[in-house]
Design a protein around this ligand. Structure first.
Ligand code: BES
Ligand code: MN
Ligand code: ZN
Length: 499
């Protein structure tokens, strides 16, 4: 779908979309159309229960007196509440209604909204951003999709008096969508297609954006002493990989980078501590943390962020086999610390242990943020509304929470502390990889903390957020790419050189 910005004009074909404020308050364009339609629009509104509340829609087909095929009214809510996220939701809601409706072209007509804090170009750019985010489809394996289920829309034009400024404001957002789609693609792919090697190859495509990418195989990781990560992958026929991505674009090329670390378990069967069969197919997206880190690096490079950033993802497949790791095994991590593997299904932390240690050891970053679909317990605690945030550094935690709020990827902080740390004491090694059911997300984080070497660190447990079971305004059900926009915003608001 192509997106364009243009000065206001009334189309004589295709779909048209206009906003209506709460209380059935028509925007200027809606009033113009209503006049041309001989009052037909206001009659349609009166005949319906559409009030202009946020998210409400009313489709009017072939309105008399107008040449367009359909007019879609979309509720904006109250003008004072129209912020960037509301504008994105407006665009996404509109797109969802017209994407497969039959028209090849649609126009979203925007008016100056009295009382909003968004400037007209920001409004237009965010409406387009939301529309594009919602337009995502993962239907490559649907060979029998009916014509009426396929997108008809080829071009979406957002009209505004400030079309040129809107286009400029949209340019970086467009790059962020590209990155979000990359992440949604790799997270959606089944595990026979995305495995450590093919996911590493996907990360290598970031070279086209100017990112330096290195891929380490098992031989190199063995040399580095990554016994913790390698233990997880040893039952798989697929070779484990560690991918290092570097985007170096701060004014000072030698300035310490920000670092993002991702859990990339391309399939989590549980290993010998095998998971129950029901729902196991979901564990294809146990690499969503790695997917988000790859996407965040793509977003930063795509919009040429003025920052030095490092992304490190540990890619493994957790499988049972004659060569698989057993419960009770003791592994030696790169840090030298030993781990008793009580449960082979608590594998994400074993992967991150070596990835985190490697990252701080090699790059001496300003801070590290890891993203992982780490525990089912975080879903019990927070459901599918907030990602879990655990951190050794308050400033970093606050900044992450603020960035998440700004992009609608919300985080809720959980505590850490010595008492929790005691839960992972082992009788045979420096620690064990599970701490019992109580506070399961926190003990997992305590485990990770032992591999941060006191570098400022935050852990995002995204198990409840990586996959959506329902459509939202800006994301169809399926892979969400949670974390991509959040990390991009963290950098933009707090760590980027000012232009
Ligand atoms: N990948 C899972 C966590 C998960 C569960 C992600 C559900 C998404 C949805 C993780 O590797 C895991 O299996 N965690 C175990 C840990 C336990 C064995 C201590 C869990 O949460 O049950
Ligand atoms: Mn697991
Ligand atoms: Zn897992």
């Amino acid at each position: 779908m192509k997106i364009a910005f243009a000065k206001p004009s009334l189309p004589n074909s295709g779909a048209m979309i206009v906003g209506v404020l709460e209380g059935k308050v028509m925007t200027a364009t809606a009033q113009t159309l209503d006049t041309q339609a001989g009052g037909g629009i206001s009659r349609a509104i009166s005949a319906s229960r559409f009030e202009g509340k946020k998210g409400q829609t009313l489709m009017i087909l072939a309105p008399a007196g107008l040449e367009i095929s359909r007019l879609l009214l979309v509720g904006l809510g109250k003008a004072k509440d129209v912020d960037a996220q509301a504008a994105q939701a407006f665009g996404g809601t509109a797109l969802a209604q017209v994407q497969t409706a039959g028209d090849a072209e649609a126009v979203i007509a925007l008016d100056i909204l009295p009382g909003t804090t968004l400037s007209p170009p920001e409004l237009a750019a965010n409406v387009a951003f939301g529309a594009r985010l919602r337009s995502y489809r993962f239907d490559k394996y649907m060979t029998k999709q009916k014509k009426e289920d396929k997108p008809s829309l080829k071009k979406l034009t957002v009209t505004t008096e400030s079309a040129a400024e809107a286009k400029t404001a949209f340019a970086p957002l467009d790059k962020i969508v590209d990155a979000v789609f990359l992440t949604r693609d790799v997270v959606s792919e089944p595990a026979n297609i995305i495995h450590p090697e093919s996911l590493a190859a996907k990360a290598e495509t970031l070279r086209d954006l100017g990112v330096e990418v290195e891929v380490l195989g098992e031989k190199q990781m063995k040399k580095l002493g990554m016994g913790s990560l390698l233990g997880v992958g040893q039952g798989s026929d697929r070779e484990s990989k560690l991918v290092v991505m570097r985007w170096t674009n701060a004014a000072k090329k030698d300035e310490a980078p920000v670092a993002f670390v991702g859990k990339g378990v391309t399939f989590d069967s549980g290993g010998i501590s095998i998971k129950p069969g029901a729902g196991m197919e979901e564990m294809k997206w146990d690499m969503a943390g790695a997917g988000a880190v790859i996407g965040a690096m793509a977003a930063l490079a795509g919009r040429k962020a003025k920052v030095n950033a490092v992304g490190v993802v540990g890619l493994v497949e957790n499988m049972p086999s004659g060569n698989a790791q057993r419960p009770g095994d003791v592994v030696i991590s790169m840090s030298g610390q030993t781990i008793e593997v009580i449960n082979t299904d608590a594998e994400g932390r074993l992967v991150l242990a070596d990835a985190l240690w490697y990252t701080q050891d090699r790059f001496k970053p300003k801070f590290m943020v890891d993203l992982a679909t780490l525990t089912g317990a975080i879903i019990i605690a927070l459901g599918h509304e907030y990602g879990g945030l655990m951190a050794s550094d308050d400033k970093l935690a606050d900044r992450l929470a603020a960035a998440g709020k700004a992009v609608g990827e919300q985080l809720w902080r959980l505590p850490l502390g010595e008492a929790y740390d005691k839960q992972i004491k082992s009788d045979i090694a420096d620690m064990k990889n599970v701490g019992g059911r109580e506070g399961g997300s926190i003990t997992a984080a305590q485990f990770l903390k032992r591999f941060t070497n006191d570098v400022a660190w935050a852990h995002l447990d995204i198990a409840g957020m990586a996959w959506g079971k329902k459509d939202t305004a800006t994301c169809p059900k399926g892979a969400t790419a949670f974390g991509v926009r959040l990390l991009d915003r963290l950098v933009a608001d707090f760590y980027e050189d000012k232009k």
